[in-house]
Design a protein around this ligand. Structure first.
Ligand SMILES: NC(=O)c1ccc[n+]([C@@H]2O[C@H](COP(=O)([O-])OP(=O)(O)OC[C@H]3O[C@@H](n4cnc5c(N)ncnc54)[C@H](OP(=O)(O)O)[C@@H]3O)[C@@H](O)[C@H]2O)c1
Length: 252
């Protein structure tokens, strides 16, 4: 399905995958609202697209009331929301020695509850219109436990499960739900990593794959193919075998 003329709300648009999605979505012909906390960074992104159908809406996605107000603003701007693309998120590695519940709460808030707030804010209007598309960026790290990803993986697993469950309720009412599970993508988030990131791709490539998946209203958009299919295969291994494999590949 062509995205031309669709009203799209994108969060996390000030850097990384979200920033790369802006030109990709505009090239596909959408009317776009972009959100993130840093208003200056959003203004810089917008300045690169003079004359585009682009609306800037700074937002902290962990603030439930603000998410609701923002959804109303997007509807006021474009009339309705065709596609809500919830991409904002972050990663905090956790280790046993520095284990803190604060990290878990922070990641659950930004990677999971923000999606719940977003769905709460856009779903009633989509149900009333019997059309719409909700897409959330999770991660292949949500498939199965990985070292240092106790908090991140749990937040992304929750996001995957929530969106997959929502789909059962809304698909027959004309609403598509896409779960987006990237492998490694080169962004400010992964620039912090000091380990080898197998199969890493550039953000514009990730954005192109996401746009193609949205055009197909795909239930899952996962990439890069070799890496994400490997992660899917690992998901079905019996746990003792999976544990051994991960331990073999984890330096002391
Ligand atoms: N890069 C990867 O390899 C990879 C792999 C799998 C999944 N992902 C997921 O992809 C998404 C984008 O990640 P990225 O790699 O592009 O990271 P990034 O470059 O750090 O971008 C994260 C974006 O989220 C926004 N954001 C963070 N907290 C927010 C908040 N409380 N309210 C509003 N916006 C917030 C940031 O904007 P502000 O700071 O301006 O608020 C920024 O625009 C995340 O959900 C991430 O978990 C990334």
């Amino acid at each position: 399905m062509s995205l031309t003329g669709k009203a799209v709300w994108l969060t996390g648009a000030s850097s990384g995958i979200g920033e790369a999605l802006v030109p990709a979505l505009l090239d596909a012909g959408v009317r776009l609202t972009i959100s993130a906390r840093r208003a200056d960074a959003l203004a810089d992104v917008a300045a690169r697209h003079p004359g585009a159908s682009l609306h800037v809406l700074p937002l902290d996605v962990t603030d439930r009331e603000a998410v609701h107000r923002a959804a109303s603003d997007v509807r006021a701007q474009w009339g309705h929301i065709d596609i809500a693309l919830f991409n904002a998120g972050t990663h905090i590695p956790v280790q046993a020695q520095t284990w803190s519940a604060d990290d878990f709460r922070a990641l659950i808030d930004v990677n999971y509850m923000s999606l719940v707030y977003g769905v709460e804010a856009v779903l009633p209007d989509m149900l009333a219109r019997r059309q719409g598309h909700i897409a959330g960026v999770a991660s292949v790290a949500g498939y199965r436990a990985l070292p240092t990803a106790a908090a991140y993986g749990a937040s992304k697993a929750a996001a995957i499960l929530m969106l997959d469950a929502l789909r059962f309720d809304v698909e027959r009412q004309g609403i598509a739900v896409s779960v987006i599970n990237p492998g490694f993508v080169r962004t400010p988030l992964t620039d912090r990593n000091r380990f080898h990131m197998p199969g890493i791709i550039d953000a514009p490539r990730a954005a192109a794959l996401i746009v193609r998946g949205l055009e197909h209203r795909a239930r899952e958009i996962h990439f890069p193919a070799l890496f994400s299919w490997t992660m899917k295969l690992l998901r079905v291994l019996p746990y003792p075998l999976y544990h051994r494999l991960v331990m073999w590949n984890t330096p002391e």
